[in-house]
Design a protein around this ligand. Structure first.
Ligand SMILES: Nc1ncnc2c1ncn2[C@@H]1O[C@H](COP(=O)(O)OP(=O)(O)O)[C@@H](O)[C@H]1O
Ligand SMILES: [Mg+2]
Length: 245
């Protein structure tokens, strides 16, 4: 459903992303992990088509982002790390605007109303977005992205600014989408979030994808029963590395 094929991005001769490859299956919830500066956002921006790779290719289903960007992008939803929302609209106006932009049927708005309720945004839905907290802006931006029913959803650090309850709601909503076949990539530097959310994880460090698999697979690979947090430290510490991923 989504293929990152040997993606490279260099900025001024430095490799921000260095030959990163992975394939996400339909309905998968994939955690894209790594410390700040590891190259997560740069990779995600290449997946969205906003940033042109130095080399490599992105596939959304059968569509190459490089060769048929319109077809590829139509299937994507993207929540940037700093969500862009129209501050002068109310939350409800924004959602209606997004739905109309993509010429979606009205039942999309009913679904959006349910998400507003789940995210406890109903009371704020008729207030201007400029007064929203960062977490509220993320929630409304996500609901807006869902109005065009993307097949692939890319979320860059969506849990920053969410309280634990908001994070649980996010998980439930994402799980629901996955069960409908939506493929989701979510980047985070917060490992407990990834452990709670994801089927499979990829760990980035200094532009390289250094580990890829389910928690059980990574535990087997590194001969440990450690949780993701300890495993992460082990994987990112070359002194203890059991094998190259
Ligand atoms: N537009 C840019 N110009 C130059 N360097 C950049 C640019 N964007 C990102 N970088 C660098 O690329 C590296 C990876 O950054 P980023 O993808 O934002 O990491 P992450 O999202 O994992 O925190 C960092 O060293 C960052 O400084
Ligand atoms: Mg980032």
């Amino acid at each position: 459903m989504l293929v990152a094929q040997s993606l490279v991005k260099t900025f001024n001769g430095t490799h921000a992303v260095d030959h990163v490859s992975f394939t996400l299956k339909e309905g998968e919830l994939f955690g894209f992990l790594g410390p700040n500066g590891a190259g997560k956002t740069t990779t995600i921006r290449m997946l969205t088509g906003l940033l042109t790779p130095t080399s490599g290719e992105v596939w959304i289903g059968p569509h190459s982002m490089q060769k048929s960007p319109k077809e590829a992008k139509r299937r994507l939803g993207y929540l940037p790390d700093k969500p862009l929302v129209y501050e002068k609209l109310t939350g409800r106006e924004y959602i209606r605007f997004m739905a109309e932009l993509y010429d979606m049927p009205d039942d999309v708005l009913e679904q959006a109303e349910r998400h507003l309720e789940e995210f406890e945004l109903k009371d704020a839905a008729d207030q201007m977005i400029s007064g929203y907290s960062h977490g509220m802006k993320q929630k409304i931006a996500l609901i807006g992205q869902l109005t065009h029913r993307p097949e692939v959803l890319l979320l860059d650090e969506p849990t920053v600014g969410l309280d634990p309850k908001g994070a649980r709601t996010l998980r439930d909503i994402l799980r629901g989408l996955c069960s409908q076949g939506v493929t989701i990539l979510i980047s985070t530097h917060l490992l407990p979030i990834a452990e709670m959310l994801c089927d499979r994880v990829g760990i980035m460090e200094k532009g390289h994808l250094i580990a890829l698999g389910t928690l059980a697979e990574l535990q087997a690979e590194y001969s440990t029963s450690a949780g993701l947090e300890d495993l992460f430290l082990q994987v990112t510490d070359p002194g203890q590395r059991g094998g190259e991923a």
